[in-house]
Each structure stands twice: as structure tokens, then as C-alpha cells.
Design a protein around this ligand. Structure first.
Ligand SMILES: *Cc1c(COP(=O)(O)O)cnc(C)c1O
Length: 392
């Protein structure tokens, strides 16, 4: 056999995602899985019923239209108008994708030339590095540093070169929980306009912003609509992460470009679920408010438990996740810590260190999810309290 490595050079080093590795460890050890961010209760019953109805009525059981079923595209456009006052044409400015994951991949494959540079916050959501690599482009990290995890906008400016094509934003940010302020977004938008950059923004946690703050899509800022691809998904907002219904909203030429790549990835997906998500997006405000309040309460529950167990806790402003530091335990290596944690106390977490190019920046950071039931979070907190007592 040919001596050339099977995996091409673009994908070299991408290996197995940390979520697969840690979820497998949870299964093998029976530990509580606070690693991967999926809820342990399903979303609203009426939305599940809507999916069953669609399936029974024969809606979406065959290939749906390439851009998504019209009912869902209209519901997405109405959602953008209802929450943000943004108007999108459901026929030309909305695209349904196989989760936000496919939207990110299609955007990178469509908008980047080999050699282009993409500036993204690190710690990165793990698919960003892979998608940028598959497009043959180069990722340029802008490091969010503890304890505040705010972006340094002077550093951002200094990283823009003639090769920079695109800023890949994520707010609310996984894993740090940072929510960009209006001021930060305005400064980022001004740089994008000044340097004529595209912006791709991952807003899958748009409805999980805590403490009375609100999410603002950067597409709403002056000069941004024509250069911004906004991405979101039903998975996190409605607690159906297995359905993989995501979407893109943008000006028609950007949607057309992303659609070109998307149609050769999955072509279409999730037929009956698309109808159900159309109904979900029309749920009353009370749904979105109680969902947010409920997750905020669970954030507090887990954050308090982690602090009591001895972790340094960085309180997140949004998302499903709380980032901690393990230095108070005399530990330095988050990856080794997370590998040993199921054996030590029956809990699985994710080392943020794997989401950084800069190996020092996140070396001792560990992420826990709080999108789990109260008794699970309580039990995890109790188990983690054993850490301080029993050094490794
Ligand atoms: C979960 C997640 C995604 C993936 O969304 P899907 O709709 O499940 O594909 C994308 N980006 C971030 C930041 C996420 O946390």
C-alpha cells in the first residue's frame, strides 16, 4: 500500500472530537456527563407532537425543497423580525441547513479561497477549525483570556491583514459564556466595514442570555447586513439537538453562495422536523422567557456547586456552559484532569485547552454543562466536593 497518509493534510491533527471522546468515557464509566451540551429532557411536547403529525401526514417524508420548506423559511423570517426587527425575504434570504454545523461548513466552503485568513475567537467551537481547514483557509485566533474573556479589539485590529477575508463570531460564546456588548459589536462592525470583511456569526445560543441582558445580531448594525451571514439552530433553543435543523439568514447573494455549497453537502435534511420547528419558532414569548429563566437558575445551581467544590468559576453571561479553572486543586493540565475525573469522582467534563491554538491560554480550564436536570446537577456537585478531600 501507498506510504502516503490516508487522512489528507488539511485534516491532519483534527482526530476525534473531544465530545465523542468524553461522551464515550461517560458511557464506559457510568459517570454523570456534564461534557457534551445536550439537554437530558426533550423540548416542548407540542413541538414533538408537531413532528409526529408532520410525519403521519406525509409532510417532509420525501426530499423537502433545497432551501427548506416554505413554512419554516417564513417562520425563520418572522422570528428575525419579531425578536430583532430584521426583515428577510423567506424565498431568497433564508436557508435551512442540517443544524448550525452544516451552515458553518457551507459558509466556510462557499466564502473562502485557499490561503484566506479567518479571524475567530479562541477558545473555538471545535467545528470552526475543521471547516476553515477543509476550505483550505487559515485560522487566526483572537484569544479570549480569563478571567473576563472579553475580546481585545486593538489586538483584533492588529490581526487584520490583506489576506483576511472573514471574521467568524460566536455570541453568546461557547465555551466561555461571553456575550458581546453592543459597544464591542459596533467596534467589530466598524473594522469589518473599514477592511471590507465578511462576518459569519454563530448565534445558536441567541435565546440563552442571562441576567436581563439581550442578544443583538451584528447584522442589525449599520453597514453589516450586506456582509453578514447569521447562523442559528433549533437544537439549543428548543432542546432538540438530535433534530439538526439550523438556518442561515443573510442578503440574497450571500445566501445564494452558501446554498451552492450546502446543496452538495446534505442537499436537504430533517424533512418532518422542519415543519415542527416552524411551529416552535412561533411559540409565545412566555416559552422563550421561561426557558431562559430556567437555564439561568441551573447555571446558578451548578456554578455555586462548582465553587463550593473548590473550582475557580467564571460566571457565564449566556449559553449552556460554565468554564472553571482547576488551579485551586493544584492541577495544571485540563485534559489530564478530565480524563481522570470519571474515575476520581464519577463526573465527565470537557477540557477547554483543546479549543485553543495557544496552549498556555486555556491549559487549566474545564467546561461543565448545566443543561441537565436539577437532581443531576446536585449529584454532580456532591461528587465534585470529594475532589478537594482526595487529591489525585
Ligand atoms: C451546538 C453548537 C453548534 C451546532 O449546532 P447544531 O444545530 O447542533 O448543528 C454550533 N455552534 C455552537 C457554538 C454550538 O454550541
Amino acid at each position: 500500500m501507498n506510504a502516503r497518509p490516508l487522512l489528507n493534510r488539511r485534516l491532519d491533527g483534527l482526530g476525534t472530537t473531544i465530545f465523542a471522546e468524553m461522551s464515550a468515557l461517560a458511557t464506559a464509566t457510568g459517570a454523570i456527563n456534564l461534557g457534551q451540551g445536550f439537554p437530558d429532557t426533550d423540548g416542548p411536547e407540542e413541538v414533538r407532537e408537531a413532528a409526529v403529525r408532520a410525519l403521519r401526514d406525509g409532510r417532509g417524508n420525501q426530499y423537502p425543497p433545497g432551501p427548506g420548506v416554505p413554512e419554516l423559511r417564513r417562520a425563520i423570517a418572522d422570528h428575525q423580525r419579531r425578536f430583532y426587527g430584521l426583515a428577510f425575504d423567506p424565498d431568497t434570504e433564508v436557508l435551512v441547513t442540517a443544524g448550525a454545523t452544516e451552515a458553518i461548513a457551507a459558509a466556510m466552503l462557499a466564502l473562502l479561497e485557499p490561503g484566506d485568513e479567518v479571524i475567530a475567537f479562541e477558545p473555538f467551537y471545535d467545528s470552526y477549525a475543521a471547516c476553515i481547514a477543509m476550505a483550505g483557509a487559515r485560522r487566526v485566533p483572537l484569544t479570549l483570556r480569563a478571567p473576563s474573556f472579553r475580546p481585545d479589539l486593538d489586538e483584533l485590529r492588529s490581526k487584520i491583514t490583506p489576506r483576511t477575508r472573514l471574521l467568524l463570531l460566536n455570541t453568546p460564546h461557547n465555551p466561555t459564556g461571553t456575550v458581546l456588548t453592543d459597544e464591542e459589536q459596533r467596534a467589530i462592525a466598524a473594522l469589518a466595514v473599514e477592511h471590507d470583511l465578511l462576518v459569519v456569526t454563530d448565534e445558536v445560543y441567541e435565546h440563552l442570555v442571562f441576567d436581563g441582558a439581550a442578544h443583538t445580531p451584528i447584522a442589525a448594525l449599520p453597514g453589516m447586513r450586506e456582509r453578514t451571514v447569521s447562523i442559528s439552530s433549533a437544537g439549543k433553543t428548543f432542546s432538540f439537538t438530535g433534530w439538526k435543523v439550523g438556518w442561515v439568514t443573510a442578503d440574497a447573494p450571500l445566501v445564494a453562495a452558501v446554498r451552492t455549497a450546502k446543496q452538495y453537502l446534505t442537499y436537504v435534511s430533517s424533512g418532518p422536523f422542519q415543519y415542527a420547528v416552524a411551529e416552535a419558532l412561533r411559540l409565545p414569548d412566555a416559552y422563550f422567557e421561561s426557558f431562559r429563566a430556567d437555564l439561568q437558575r441551573r447555571r446558578d445551581l451548578l456554578a455555586d456547586g462548582l465553587r463550593a467544590a473548590g473550582f475557580e468559576v467564571y460566571r457565564p453571561q449566556g449559553t449552556y456552559f460554565v468554564t472553571t479553572d482547576i488551579t485551586p486543586f493544584g492541577e495544571k493540565d485540563a485534559y489530564a484532569f478530565c480524563r481522570a475525573l470519571p474515575e476520581r469522582c464519577g463526573v465527565v467534563a470537557i477540557p477547554n485547552s483543546v479549543f485553543y491554538d495557544d496552549p498556555d491560554a486555556g491549559r487549566s480550564q474545564v467546561r461543565f454543562t448545566f443543561c441537565k436536570q436539577d437532581d443531576v446537577l446536585h449529584e454532580a456537585a456532591t461528587r465534585l466536593r470529594g475532589l478537594a478531600a482526595r487529591p489525585s
